[in-house]
Design a protein. Sequence first.
Length: 387
Amino acid sequence: MTVIRNQVLFVLVIGSAVAVATSGFVGYAPNRLVSGKPIALWEAAGGLATGGIALLGAVLLAACFMSPSKALYSAEGVLAAALLLVVLAAAGQAASTLALGARPAVRISLGAAFWFLAAADALAVVDGLQRLDAGPAARVLSVIAIGAGAAALMAAGTFDALSIAREYASRRQLFADALLRHMALVAGSVGPALAIGFPLGVAAARNPRLQGPLFAVLNMLQTIPSIALFGLLILPLSALATAVPPLAALGVGGIGVAPAIVALVLYALLPVVRNTAAGLAEVDPAVIEAGRGMGLTRRQIFWQVELPLALPVLLAGLRIVTVQAIGLAVVAALIGAGGLGTFVFEGLGQYAVDLVLLGALPAIFLALAADFILQTLAAVLRRRVAP
């Protein structure tokens, strides 16, 4: 009886095969407002690309039944990364082929099979790295290699015929401004959240009786829906801008950037405070006592002993806050804060899926990049402080 040695990879490969067989790889629509007709992988990308994807998928499927080894896990990661790039190239090739001779209004979008294949390949790469127990350097190199391959395909114009690329081409400057505004919203909220939440977390770690009421208030803030919180801030900030004209001159008002940053800061406080308190509480008391025995002052113990040991946990909180802020900043476009959410809601209003993706996909990639960078940094710090 054959034993499946890698059940995760097996499910990903079989799921990808089912998705390719039952759904479209790309969609073909006469204009941007009409739902596209799904076109299968072999019809859209041709036999060569389909054969390459099938071959790499078959090799990955065979790897599911092989005896575990580091060489096998390395091969799994490399093959999955190669398959991801082949899928990207096949999507661009399919769009270019379908666009030949088509009217300018025609839109070619990415289908369900493409998204499933791309997600499954990315998860297969992650699975291979985890089973290999790859260090931070190997993970960073893997991401750089995949990113370089995707960038090379983009530079070669592989994706120019896709409708999302056409939406970007018509809004290039607006997209750049929205991306910068989105990053400014995130930075403008995460910074104050750290400045406010870190001292509160230290106070909570030093005084356990403070934790109950403090976390009760912060937990209550988390239960308020983001749109509702934006709405609740309109009246007080408008009144503040009216009472203090210099603040209004600086842009403080009921709508715009000010309520967005205030709301994002309020949402970010709980992870910062909780992880700060938890990280300091996990420091071994024996280490602190050893610092006292060496003659260190309380301040020196905090900065030279407690904080470095708690830093991995603090970075975990920062990772949560950053990813959360990137997502919530999309909703802030509803109150005139700008950012990538502008494209999302504009696309929803026009029933234009690719315009929604033009705002949603960069936000997702920003969140993934921030999560990966901070997670890698935390892993490096854990290795340094590990006994």
